[in-house]
Design a protein around this ligand. Structure first.
Ligand SMILES: Nc1ncnc2c1ncn2[C@@H]1O[C@H](COP(=O)(O)OP(=O)(O)OP(=O)(O)O)[C@@H](O)[C@H]1O
Length: 256
């Protein structure tokens, strides 16, 4: 059981009368890439927001790295080793690549009273290592984010996850806004991370991408997990059936 990185039991989130997430039982093991699929409003992002403590769950348990966790905010989740690339990238436009990677967790050379001297050299070095680890090619890391293409920005956001000792990487639609070439670039990085054994949760509407990259597909519908399929057991057709509701959770549970 020790290779389970993340496990949720009955994870539930209600917004007033809206039951956005209802009793989600989910797990991911070391070295696995798991896709989360589902229609708009199915509860995918809500699920991720509870794990990453962007919001506080209504009820349920989250086990991470062997511990029953209750992170108080996203920074605490990040410090524990959960790195997330959100749809709205959360990069600072006016900062260059190292400054973005270390935003909020700058390396300090020394502190003098209320002042601290940052270790720019170490941050540059770690940035270059992170880029190399993920295979991300950024022509000049001193460029500010605002001067980069959508694909480059996304690559920086993903490289950020690899620069730190992450134990789980969560990507919420990392290629939704990208063109064909940029998507291929991001997918290459995902392949690299997977080959390095990094556990990845990938939220995606793109069946081709999911079938190429992921080992398992978990389908959400109306706030509930309705299917959990290994890639080799599906051709994608039944995934679509679960997404649309043509196949139901009962059929899935009956088949298991
Ligand atoms: N802050 C909120 N307050 C009230 N309802 C919310 C809130 N956030 C999400 N919801 C509702 O919860 C449900 C699940 O939304 P969620 O964003 O998790 O879906 P999703 O599967 O990520 O969809 P998409 O693919 O469009 O991103 C939806 O009905 C949504 O309207």
């Amino acid at each position: 059981m020790s290779d389970i990185v993340l496990k949720t039991e009955n994870l539930t989130k209600h917004y007033g009368g809206v039951h956005a997430l209802e009793g989600a039982n989910f797990e991911i093991r070391r070295g696995e890439a798991v896709a989360i699929m589902g229609d708009n409003g199915a509860g995918k992002s809500t699920f991720v927001r509870q794990i990453t403590a962007v919001e506080q769950r209504t009820s349920g348990t989250i086990w991470f790295d062997g511990h029953d966790v209750a992170f108080k905010d996203p920074l605490e989740a990040r410090e524990a080793g959960i790195e997330t690339v959100f749809q709205n990238l959360a990069l600072a436009d006016h900062l260059n690549v190292p400054d973005n990677l270390f935003l909020g967790r700058e390396l300090v050379r020394f502190r003098l009273g209320p002042f601290s001297i940052l270790d720019y050299k170490a941050m540059r070095k770690a940035t270059l290592e992170g880029l190399q680890k993920t295979g991300v090619k950024i022509p000049n890391i001193n460029n500010t984010i605002q001067n980069m293409s959508g694909g480059q920005r996304q690559c920086v956001a993903i490289a950020r996850t690899a620069t730190f000792k992450s134990k789980l990487i969560i990507m919420d639609e990392p290629t939704a806004a990208l063109g064909v070439q940029e998507t291929a670039q991001v997918e290459n990085i995902l392949h690299t991370l997977k080959s390095q054994g990094e556990p990845v949760i990938l939220i995606s509407h793109n069946m081709r991408q999911v079938m190429e990259i992921c080992d398992r597909i978990v389908v959400f519908r109306r706030g509930r997990i309705v299917a959990n399929l290994r890639k080799e057991d599906t051709d994608g057709q039944d995934v679509v059936a679960y997404i649309t509701g043509a196949k139901t959770q009962e059929e899935y549970a009956g088949a298991a």
